[in-house]
Ligand binder design. Structure first.
Ligand SMILES: NC(=O)c1ccc[n+]([C@@H]2O[C@H](COP(=O)([O-])OP(=O)(O)OC[C@H]3O[C@@H](n4cnc5c(N)ncnc54)[C@H](OP(=O)(O)O)[C@@H]3O)[C@@H](O)[C@H]2O)c1
Length: 288
């Protein structure tokens, strides 16, 4: 029986992702979220057929992530699939996480960085494991400043979001190379423009009058938005890639920069005060 850990399944297309995996797998879900009653309401009409453990986890708090991982460790001896789907389009005014880090960077990048690192020992215990990170086509609009990762000098919610999605790709590639000796694959994807709460928040306020039409004509349904994520949530021989519509796609020039990815890794370790252990070929044979 597979163990699946998923974030961002309390809203948007993450819920559809969960239902689509529920249809095709015999597994046990660990849903990490900040509002259990919201999650229970979401699934009340159509209960999941697999077991679900709701684990309280605020992704804007490193101590909350740490507690969530400890709780998973008491209930599971391995993790087969880790889905880092949660994300935020933050407020127009700069906001900060519980750890005093710019909110978008904290939730969209540092949370997956820490959660994944802390779950690696359990991922290594699976026969074959997959990590899936939700990125976005908006990574192409990123413009990171290496002296100001938190955008303290010139913040905008859009810039913070686009940068964070570039970081999802850089993180995926670097992690894939660190794990190349193991049985873990790590990939990311662009779900397209999906009709969710986030889309509404991200939509330019000056064009709000056309949002209902845009949503109906241009945006994908949450079912469709989840499809590539579901496709990647199975044992994968490919690793370190960016997908759209279940096909590998090219990324921007910045997303291919080794120097940028090394810089990001160093900044992520500093800000989160968490360092990845090094894994060797022997780790892949570790069995529960
Ligand atoms: N919609 C699009 O067009 C689009 C396009 C490209 C990429 N994406 C990416 O797709 C992913 C899912 O987005 P969506 O459109 O489905 O958005 P959504 O409906 O706003 O859902 C976001 C999810 O992230 C969770 N989350 C946010 N902040 C959190 C925190 N501090 N702690 C714990 N959980 C937190 C939310 O939990 P709550 O339910 O508690 O709020 C929710 O489950 C995101 O990574 C997003 O960047 C979306």
């Amino acid at each position: 029986m597979e163990t699946v850990v998923i974030t961002g399944a309390t809203s948007g297309f993450g819920v559809n992702w969960l239902y689509q995996m529920d249809e095709s797998k015999q597994c046990c879900f660990f849903v990490l979220g900040r509002d259990e009653s919201k999650f229970k309401r979401l699934i009340s009409d159509k209960p999941l057929k697999n077991d679900v453990h709701f684990i309280h986890c605020r992704l804007d708090s490193f101590s909350s992530i740490d507690s969530a991982v400890k709780e998973i460790q008491t209930k599971a001896f391995k993790v087969d699939i880790l889905v880092n789907n949660a994300g935020v389009w933050s407020s127009d005014e700069i906001a900060f996480s519980q750890d005093d880090i710019e909110m978008t960077l904290a939730v969209n990048h540092l949370a997956p960085f820490v959660l994944t690192g802390k779950l690696l020992p359990l991922l290594l215990k699976a026969e074959k494991a997959s990590i899936v990170n939700t990125a976005s086509f908006r990574h192409k609009d990123a413009s990171p400043s290496t002296h100001d990762i938190q955008l303290m000098e010139r913040y905008s919610s859009e810039k913070a979001y686009c940068n964070s999605k570039l970081y999802s790709i850089l993180f995926t590639q670097k992690l894939a190379s660190l794990l190349h000796n193991t049985q873990i694959s790590v990939n990311c994807f662009d779900p397209g423009i999906v009709d969710t709460e986030m889309l509404k928040k991200a939509f330019p306020k000056t064009l709000a009058f056309i949002y209902p039409l845009f949503r109906k004509v241009i945006a994908r349904t949450p079912e469709k938005g989840a499809q590539t994520g579901v496709f990647l949530s199975q044992p994968n021989s490919k690793t370190g890639n960016y997908y759209k519509d279940c096909q590998p796609k090219k990324v921007s020039k910045l997303a291919n920069s080794k120097a940028l990815s090394d810089w990001l890794w160093g900044e992520s370790e500093k800000l989160s005060e968490f360092s990845y252990p090094t894994f060797t070929a022997n780790d892949r044979t570790t069995k529960p």
